[in-house]
Design a protein around this ligand. Structure first.
Ligand code: XMP
Length: 320
């Protein structure tokens, strides 16, 4: 990998901001650039850097892929509008669910998300707007894991030998490529982003698809979304990241005194510094029991809740 990392210890956030803003302005010139905001710290930083560099020559979109957490699109839009950054909502749910239909292999699901995002949705936006550049929040760790062959992060293109100009008709600009998460958070603070963004726990690019084992259709995404709301309500703030995973296999349970063949939810909660290695958080059993009670009561069809006790490696943090 020929990208040179800038470690957080040597990063000067204000010089980084000045340098990247100038680079973005020079690369885009008189043209128009577009970017997708998800509300995570990486895409938020890119949005603000590019907004500073380009002003009205930047068009920022929130792509509603139907795979986000409860209320997420509305919250992200409201926050950026309050910061004076115009963001347009694009409803692309149908395109994503069509691409995910019938796919249960993890890498094929990731491929479907990548293709839908870059080819179908952004291809159309590029054609409609005439933009020649796409700004992207890829960070150092995304490249590292993809190149190492651990899993394909949905946003890695050039490093996999994909020529975006040829394949999709636009050039990708990746201002955060040399940074890991702590450095991105330092830049976010220097840009004056609110703490809820600077400290936002990571959320995967493929969104809730990464937490559905097997086919990620509307019904199964809805289930894992409901479970995620409950898990985050109980555990957020206690660890680096917490999540609910919907298993493909059903198991036998009991409801109203009768056999119920129902869903299994796996809860994962991680302690880690850098997400490269991680350990399950040592949660009190009472916390886990309360969580299991609520998940089985509130999420339709759930009859089993498990807690992952495996470290990364050999586990990864997300299940897919
Ligand atoms: P893994 O599952 O690779 O996750 O141990 C490490 C961290 O990266 C976050 N993350 C992603 N994970 N696909 C992933 O599988 C993605 O596109 C992605 N983007 C971010 C993940 O949530 C965990 O914090």
């Amino acid at each position: 990998m020929d990208v040179r990392e800038i470690p957080v210890e040597t990063l000067n956030p204000s010089s980084f901001i000045a340098e990247k803003t100038a680079e973005i302005a020079a690369a885009v010139g008189d043209g128009l650039a577009i970017n997708a905001l998800s509300g995570g710290v990486d895409s938020s930083v890119v949005t603000l850097l590019a907004h500073r560099a380009l002003g009205p020559k930047l068009k920022t979109y929130f792509i509603d892929n139907g795979l986000m957490r409860e209320g997420e699109p509305q919250q992200v839009l409201a926050l950026f509008r309050s910061l004076g950054v115009p963001v347009e909502l694009v409803d692309a749910q149908a395109a994503f669910f069509a691409a995910l239909k019938g796919r249960s292999d993890p890498e094929r699901k990731r491929q479907a998300i990548t293709d839908t995002f870059y080819k179908t949705v952004f291809g159309r936006l590029v054609r409609e707007t005439g933009a020649r550049h796409l700004l992207h929040g890829t960070i150092y760790t995304d490249v590292e894991e993809t190149v190492a062959g651990i899993k394909r992060q949905h946003n890695i293109l050039a490093q996999l030998g994909i020529d975006t100009r040829e394949a999709y008709g636009y050039t990708v600009i990746e201002p955060l490529l040399q940074l890991r998460k702590p450095a991105v958070r330092a830049v976010a603070r220097a840009l004056g982003l609110p703490e809820e963004i600077c400290n936002r726990p990571p959320f995967p690019g493929p969104a809730l698809t990464a937490r559905v084992i097997g086919e990620a259709n509307r019904r199964r995404i809805r289930l894992v979304r409901q479970a995620t709301t409950i898990v985050e309500r109980h555990l957020a703030g206690r660890a680096f990241q917490c999540m609910a995973i919907l298993h493909a296999d059903k198991v036998t349970g009991i409801r109203d005194g009768k056999r119920a063949f129902g869903h299994q939810i796996e809860v994962r909660c991680w302690d880690t510094q850098d997400a490269v290695t991680a350990a399950p958080t040592r949660l009190p059993l009472e916390t886990l029991e309360a969580l299991a009670d609520e998940l089985t009561r509130q999420v339709p069809g759930v009859v089993s809740v498990t807690y992952n006790i495996t470290r990364k490696p050999p586990s990864t943090m997300e299940a897919v």
